[in-house]
Design a protein around this ligand. Structure first.
Ligand SMILES: Nc1ncnc2c1ncn2[C@@H]1O[C@H](COP(=O)(O)OP(=O)(O)OP(=O)(O)O)[C@@H](O)[C@H]1O
Length: 365
């Protein structure tokens, strides 16, 4: 048997396992099963792949853990996937936690002190960690040591605790919110970019094969072009179009099936979904194009401000529909056109994307 046969048999077995898993599992299990498991399997992000590949290979040849890695970028572009790949490529165990789960320095001390040598610690949403935990993390990252404070008041003492060398992989959708000292302690920072349609098409074809869904190239491309540059969305849309194809079609994901299904799920040709359109609609119709503060905009669409800021906005900015200015969010001429409305004469021209670090005038934090 050739290695190719082996691969194909492996793919088939994985596909069957996945279909069975999907029958009983929720979407997150399926999503996890669709993750690429090695840098070679990863589609797109070629610059990050090359740079990270070098960092990992050098560390392997030295027999030492690599520098700490910071991954930033909008949700669903593959930060968790990359953290898992880093551990796999290093043949190291992976520990997963997140910023909101670490509210006290003691929570972090407990995790750090139980790490084994070379372990990869994935800290998702690192920007949401508490300040005392963050300060403890500085020392752990640099000196592989933390001071655990025992007792309170004048009698409190700091007990130094050695930590085995480990690699921190931090992930954030908001790298601008990380304090400088924390950012500086990462030896390698990768900013994940939105994916091109060609890359998403490959991702859809790969996922369809794993899910055992028959799909034509045109069908895959249609899904890819409406996926907001985001693999997680591409995989989700594929599953919805697959449902439609099964119930109302012949089971094959074709161009026409994809178009009909995505119309049903209210995903337009630009990939804008209901939330995106609600944001643009509020901005244009209720606030006459802005500027309007993020908090006010979030209330107007009935969503958390983080959801608007981290999920809808980056894509709208990238598409040139929304501009983030120091006075607030502004609809561009393209946004008015997208809604079929006439733009006022002073509507903003699309600007260079400024995804992060823009002050918000009604920011209550
Ligand atoms: N480069 C890629 N090639 C193929 N599939 C990918 C790629 N990147 C991500 N995916 C798929 O997209 C899904 C989401 O990826 P992942 O969970 O890693 O994103 P994330 O950036 O960590 O998102 P979040 O920040 O919201 O947790 C995964 O199921 C994975 O299958």
């Amino acid at each position: 048997m050739t290695s190719r046969d082996n691969n194909e048999n492996g793919d088939l077995a994985a596909g069957r396992a996945l279909v069975a898993a999907e029958a009983r599992a929720d979407e997150s299990t399926v999503e996890a099963a669709l993750r690429p498991r090695s840098l070679a399997e990863l589609i797109g992000q070629s610059r990050v792949r090359d740079q990270l590949g070098l960092v990992l290979e050098a560390a392997r040849s030295r027999g030492r853990p690599p520098d700490h890695v910071l991954l930033s970028g909008p949700p669903g572009l593959g930060k968790t996937t990359l953290a898992m790949i880093i551990a796999t490529e290093l043949n190291a165990p992976l520990r997963v936690t997140s910023g909101p789960a670490i509210q006290h320095a003691g929570d972090l001390a407990a995790i750090l002190s139980s790490l084994t040598e070379g372990e990869v610690l994935f800290l998702d949403e690192i920007h949401r960690m508490s300040r005392p935990a963050e300060e403890m993390l500085y020392m752990a990252m640099e000196d592989f040591r933390v001071d655990v404070v025992v007792g309170k008041g004048p009698g409190a003492t700091a007990i130094p605790l050695e930590i085995p060398p480990f690699t921190l992989v931090g992930a954030t959708t908001r790298s601008g919110l990380l304090p400088g000292p924390l950012r500086d302690r990462f030896g390698f920072t990768a900013h994940l970019e939105y994916y091109e349609v060609d890359e998403l098409e490959q991702i859809v074809l790969r996922s369809a094969k794993l899910l055992d869904v028959p799909v034509t190239r045109e069908g895959a491309r249609e899904i890819a072009s409406r996926s907001r540059g985001t693999p997680r969305i591409a995989n989700r849309l594929l599953r919805r179009v697959r449902d439609y194809a099964q119930v109302r079609g012949d089971g094959v994901v074709r161009l026409e099936t994809a178009r009909a299904a995505l119309a049903l799920y209210e995903v337009d040709e630009e990939g804008l979904d209901r939330l995106d359109r609600a944001v643009l609609d509020a901005l244009c119709r209720r606030f006459n194009g802005g500027p309007v503060g993020l908090g006010t905009l979030a209330v107007a669409v009935g969503e958390e401000r983080e959801t608007v800021e981290e999920v809808a906005e980056p894509f709208l900015v990238r598409k040139g529909f929304l501009a983030r200015t120091p006075r607030g969010r502004v609809a561009t001429q393209a946004a008015w056109r997208q809604l079929g409305l006439t733009a006022p004469a002073d509507a903003a021209a699309p600007t260079e994307p400024t995804l992060f670090d823009v002050e918000d005038p009604d920011d209550g934090r």
